[in-house]
Design a protein around this ligand. Structure first.
Ligand code: NOJ
Length: 404
């Protein structure tokens, strides 16, 4: 037997076997890959004169048209699932007006996944909101929760029979914090009160959407995802840390109680100062293009915390690294998966892992700088080319094991 701490991997481990049925996939989001999402609040935000977004999304990866190639790639790599989002701004371009043709588009995408034997995992909201709804106060407006439930009801009525797994809202804690407190995401507000209102609406929207989707056709696992971090604060600031973590993470995990699962998405560590405010990376720790620390342990910490607070099965619905060095990506993902292995060994019910992302795509306010894809995209021609990490991940998925 190896003596081991919960974090350090024992030196005698040579492979991690994942449980039978463990789901391996890749994730994307509509605005980041489809292109031409001009009816959304993000498009407007990217083009505003004082925008903090370094470049607009434009044609993105043109996946709106190239999705058959992208889904074929997922299958050829040997991955079992594709997580993508349906775009509310296309499906409901005006208040109460639903586009049959947009819904049909997503129905074709779902059909394409099934043709390839790839499980389609549908996110109903991934950071973008129709312009008409943003004009009504967006997520600060409590009525947005009902609008979102109505959208989900219509979408699931058209698509539900083909959905393999569902996610109501992606990282509502990031959407509310970056959009309403830090101002780096749409709608660019920096207002403590707005942050509280937006967080409350997101939680209400998740609960209402959950009911609406469950009431529709299809019978698939449903949950939400939360952005989780490893947390650090100076000694003596434990209470501050707990308070900040509570309003940023815990309330969203608590809202997942009773759901079919909770999606954990973790990338790095969040360091706080004595005031409980985010501070920069620690000296000596590698810093990534996103400006945060190379910190693969965040996934393991996030899984443990999410499982403890939500008390539901966990999927890692996103995990990845924005880097131009694909060797660094493989190193990072290896360390992440070792951590996932430790949580499984400890009996935590983790059911799958989705790498972010399939493609080098539009990274929100950072534009096209950070490269999260296991597949590169030529920004001129849109040609896709596999990086070594793509076949590396595919092999893990096909064998359901990671050789360390
Ligand atoms: C989480 C978000 O869901 C996704 O949209 C983003 O691109 C990745 N994190 C990487 O930052």
């Amino acid at each position: 037997m190896c003596a081991r701490s919960p974090i350090a991997l024992p030196s005698c481990v040579v492979a991690i076997e994942f449980p039978d049925g463990f789901l391996w996939g890749v994730a994307t989001a509509a605005h980041q890959i489809e292109g031409g999402n001009w009816n959304s609040d993000w498009w407007e935000f990217e083009h505003a004169p004082s925008t903090p977004v370094v470049e607009p999304s434009g044609d993105a990866c043109d996946s709106f048209h190239r999705y058959p190639d992208d889904i074929r790639l997922v299958k050829e790599l040997g991955l079992g699932a594709y997580r993508f989002s349906i775009e509310w701004a296309r499906i409901e371009p005006e208040d109460g007006f639903f586009s049959r043709s947009a819904l049909d588009h997503y129905r074709r995408m779902l059909g394409c996944c099934h043709e390839h034997g790839v499980l389609p995992v549908v996110t109903f909201h991934h950071f973008t909101t129709p312009r008409w709804l943003a004009a009504q106060g967006g997520w600060e407006n409590a009525a947005t929760a009902d609008r979102f439930a109505r959208f989900c009801e219509r979408a699931v009525a058209h698509l539900g029979d083909l959905i393999g797994m569902g996610c109501t809202i992606n990282e509502p804690n990031v959407a509310s914090t970056l959009g309403y407190l830090l101002g780096t995401f749409a709608p660019g507000k920096k207002d403590l009160g707005a942050w509280g209102r937006a967080s409350a609406t997101y939680i209400d929207a998740h609960r209402k959407a959950y009911q609406a989707i469950k009431a529709g056709p299809g019978d698939f696992p449903l949950g939400a995802t939360v952005a989780m971090d490893d947390w650090w604060a100076p000694e003596g600031c434990e209470e501050k840390l707990a308070a900040v973590r509570h309003s940023y993470e815990d309330i969203f995990c608590e809202a997942a109680r009773g759901d079919d699962y909770l999606g954990v998405q973790a990338y790095s560590r969040l360091r706080l100062d004595e005031q409980g405010l985010p501070t920069g990376p620690e000296e000596g720790v590698e810093v990534l293009d996103m400006g945060y620390e190379y910190w693969p342990r965040a996934v393991e910490v996030g899984i443990r915390r999410a499982a403890e607070v939500a008390q539901v099965p966990i999927f890692v619905t996103e995990s990845g690294i924005g880097t131009r060095d694909d060797g660094q990506r493989i190193r990072y993902l290896t360390e992440v998966l070792e951590g996932v292995g430790r949580t499984l060994e400890d009996g935590i019910d983790v059911r799958g892992y989705f790498c972010w992302s399939l493609l080098d795509n539009f990274e929100w306010n950072h534009g096209y700088g950070p490269r999260f894809g296991i597949v590169a995209v030529d920004r001129e021609t849109q040609a896709r080319s596999l990086k070594p990490s793509a076949s590396w991940l595919g092999k893990i998925a096909r064998t359901n094991r990671l050789d360390v």
